[in-house]
Design a protein around this ligand. Structure first.
Ligand code: C2E
Ligand code: CA
Ligand code: CA
Length: 733
């Protein structure tokens, strides 16, 4: 039973008692009083009547009346007709009894006296006393009845309301219980606050008056600690920040919702506040920490590079846009640096991706050490980084910054047990001369970086408008390249490769040419790298292979000497999953002789010599196809592959041959290559032989085959055919 219930209970009890007691007392008392008055009136009348009787007697005999005792007694007896005990006594003026009736009355009685006159003078008095027994008895009866009635009334008043009150309270308790269990089991934290204001309308207190266990758990304390404490300190300082919103729910009667962050705990709550009772605010807290965390994670992922954790391109663009706006307004100097690692692809291919990734992380770290933390260094993807430098003063020493980046690469990187020498090429675009928006500045810095690469790598270069022109031409070329194959703009030339001893044509290398509709003949050195970048090298390479094979078939069918025909294959083609299969298909489709086909691979293609793709290419040797290493000596790679891979020909790069007659180093290199190939049983071919001296030196060293302008420039299909025919005739003749 709670306090309210107890007081209601006490109240009904008091009412019941009061009514019952009043009934029990008042009813008999009233009965007694009324009956008593009635009796009294009767006695007054009786005493007056008897006094009259005596007065009559006095009048008849005023001297002796008092001696007629008998007659008086009789008279008194006659009058007293009451069935109850009643005494009638006549007293003289001295209170001496003159006459009386026979009855005696008990102690409890009522008396009434009436004076008897003679000639206006009181000569005696008559006193009538009647017993109160019947009255008392009646009163007692009435009292008993009243008590019985009071008892009934008491019982009714006591039990009936009590029962309904109990019922009402029971219902209330059940409701509360339900509410409480809901309150307790709900996932959301819930707290009730009492808000009080001073006379001046200022906030006086904001106290927690109730809270469920979820709420206590959320704020890391017990319910007891919460209840009674100040809401504005208990729920963190950020709760206080929302005080205006919280107080608005009183003014407008609606609810308010806000995100509450507890920075110390790293938790977030969606908070809804409403008020249904004046002065009370209820707050519901929904824990949204997980959701917030994943949102943050997504945002972080959207703005940072997963590998290096540096800002990514999106964030860089954002910051650069801000920096540009700032620079425009405040005349701050601003420069964009575009960095690209030199020959990163080789590291990635030779050491594996994991090492490449680790190298990128380390490079990122090292570059970051060169900059102020207010500046942004981002990874743009691959091995490209971009840095935005700003300086509030008008002077920005971009040359110094670029040199610092270049110097920071001087110390080799240790990745696992590998010591890697890395350098970077940097392009610089300065605001506003080289661009007035973020996109242009980045694009132009990138162009400047390309020109730094072309100029020999490991250096920086400032943007100049001509670079843009070059880039434009490149873009045009790229677009033209996409349609060149279907428009039939490519054709082949074949450069004969001569037997060094008998100087007959031993082989011919197929070299692709592009006949551009407006620009005329474009050399392969200009479009092959572009085709490799864009992936167009795959259909183009297949076209070359197919054309070479069908030419071979035609020449063989015509009975021309069956020379070797070599085809340049780019590493992009070898990386292609089904390259070996493509070769097989082409051979089958054209009916060419596999034993006459040679594939020229560059060293960079062989560095990852454990790859399955490469193994499949070497498997083609089982068909009779031979394999040559092109541009030997320029691949910056270790020569390990030469021992493990079955290579048929080594092509000594033209750069060693050019100065062979005068340069002793080149002589030494060529000598070494020839000796090595002989020891390994690999045939060698010298490229770019233009003079007799070069030829003689190579012949002395024991070079097997010679390719170069000295004998033949690349020939058209017809010219080669004629050459082969002449040779056949000569041999026959
Ligand atoms: P490469 O494979 O080293 O081809 C030899 C290049 O040296 C040819 O240049 C040829 O014309 C040139 N050359 C030959 N003898 C001499 C000489 O005595 N003096 C001088 N100065 N040059 C000589 P070209 O035709 O411009 O080809 C350049 C490169 O383009 C080739 O170098 C090759 O890497 C690539 N290439 C050509 N055709 C194809 C092809 O069908 N596929 C692929 N992937 N690359 C090709
Ligand atoms: Ca070649
Ligand atoms: Ca070559």
């Amino acid at each position: 039973m709670n306090q309210t219930e107890l007081s209601i209970h006490r109240f009904t009890l008091a009412v019941a008692w009061s009514i019952s007691i009043l009934i029990t007392i008042l009813v008999p008392a009233a009965y007694f009083f009324i009956s008593y008055q009635h009796l009294r009136s009767e006695l007054i009348v009786q005493s007056a009547l008897s006094a009259n009787d005596v007065t009559d007697l006095v009048k008849s005999n005023s001297a002796l009346w008092r001696y007629e005792e008998l007659r008086l007694s009789e008279m008194l007896e006659q009058r007293s007709k009451s069935s109850v005990a009643e005494s009638r006594i006549i007293y003289d003026t001295n209170r001496a009894v003159i006459a009386s009736n026979t009855s005696a009355v008990p102690l409890a009685h009522i008396s009434q006296t009436h004076d008897i006159y003679d000639a206006g003078v009181v000569i005696a008095s008559i006193e009538i006393s009647r017993t109160l027994k019947p009255l008392l008895f009646g009163t007692l009866l009435v009292a008993l009845c009243s008590a019985a009635i009071a008892a009934v009334i008491f019982f009714t008043l006591r039990t009936l309301p009590r029962r309904s009150i109990k019922k009402a309270f029971q219902a209330l308790r059940e409701k509360r219980k339900k509410y409480r269990s809901l309150h307790e089991t709900m996932k959301e934290g819930m707290a009730e606050h009492r808000v009080t204001f001073g006379d001046d309308g200022e906030l006086k207190s904001f106290i927690i008056i109730d809270a469920n266990s979820s709420c206590a758990d959320m704020f890391g304390c017990s319910r007891q600690e919460l209840i009674g404490s100040n809401s504005l300190t208990q729920f963190g300082t950020s709760f206080r920040e929302y005080l205006p919103e919280l107080l608005q729910v009183f003014e407008h009667g609606n609810s308010t919702t806000f995100e509450l962050a507890l920075p110390g705990k790293g938790t977030f709550y969606m908070t809804t506040a409403y008020s249904q009772t004046p002065g009370i605010i209820t707050t519901l807290f929904e824990d949204i920490t997980e959701r917030k965390k994943s949102e943050l994670q997504i945002r972080r992922m959207a703005y940072s590079d997963q590998l290096t954790t540096l800002p990514n391109r999106t964030l860089l663009l954002d910051r650069l846009n801000q920096a540009v706006a700032n620079a425009t307004q405040n005349g701050i100097t601003l420069a964009v640096f575009f960095l690209d690692l030199d020959r990163f692809k080789i590291f990635n291919d030779t050491m594996g991706r994991a090492t490449g990734d680790q190298l990128l992380i380390e490079v990122g770290r090292r570059l970051q050490r060169q900059i102020r933390c207010s500046d942004t260094l981002a990874r743009m993807g691959g091995d490209e980084f971009c840095f935005v430098a700003t300086n509030p003063s008008k002077i920005l020493n971009s040359t110094y910054i670029a040199q610092k980046f270049i110097d920071s690469m001087l110390t080799p990187f240790w990745i696992g047990s590998n010591k890697l020498h890395v350098s970077t090429s940097i392009g610089i675009a300065v605001f506003p001369d080289d661009g007035i928006d973020a996109e242009t500045l980045i694009k132009n810095a990138e162009l400047a970086m390309y020109s730094a690469k072309e100029a020999g790598r490991d250096m920086y270069n400032y943007y100049s408008p001509e670079m843009n022109q070059k880039a434009h031409i490149r873009m045009e070329l790229e677009n033209g390249l996409r349609n060149a194959l279907e428009r039939g703009e490519f054709f082949l030339e074949f450069q004969p490769i001569m037997n060094a001893e008998n100087r007959t044509v031993a082989a011919a290398e197929a070299l692709v040419r592009w006949n551009h509709p407006t620009r005329g003949r474009i050399p392969p050195n200009e479009f092959i790298p572009l085709a490799e970048e864009t992936g167009l090298i795959l259909p183009l390479g297949e076209w070359v292979l197919r054309t070479v094979c069908s030419n071979m078939k035609t020449w063989n069918d015509a009975g021309l000497p069956q020379i070797r025909l070599s085809v340049n294959v780019s590493s992009r083609q070898v990386e292609q999953q089904n390259f070996a299969q493509i070769v097989r298909n082409v051979l089958n489709a054209t009916g060419a002789n596999a034993a006459q086909l040679e594939i020229e691979l560059t060293e960079s293609c062989l560095v990852n010599h454990t790859s399955t793709n490469l193994a499949e290419v070497f498997d083609l040797r089982n068909l009779g196809i031979s394999i040559a290493i092109d541009d030997f000596g320029t691949g910056y790679s270790s020569l390990g592959y030469i021992k493990t891979l079955p290579i048929d020909h080594i092509k000594i790069d033209r750069s060693f041959v050019t100065d062979i007659s005068s340069n002793i180093q080149d002589q030494a290199i060529v000598e070494a290559i020839i000796t090595m190939s002989q020891k390994l049983g690999i045939q060698n071919i010298a490229e770019g032989v233009e003079t007799l001296e070069q030829l003689e030196f190579l012949q002395e060293q024991g070079c097997n085959e010679i390719q170069g302008y000295y004998f033949h420039r690349p020939l058209s299909v017809d010219a080669l055919e004629t050459l082969l025919r002449t040779q056949a005739e000569l041999q026959a003749g």
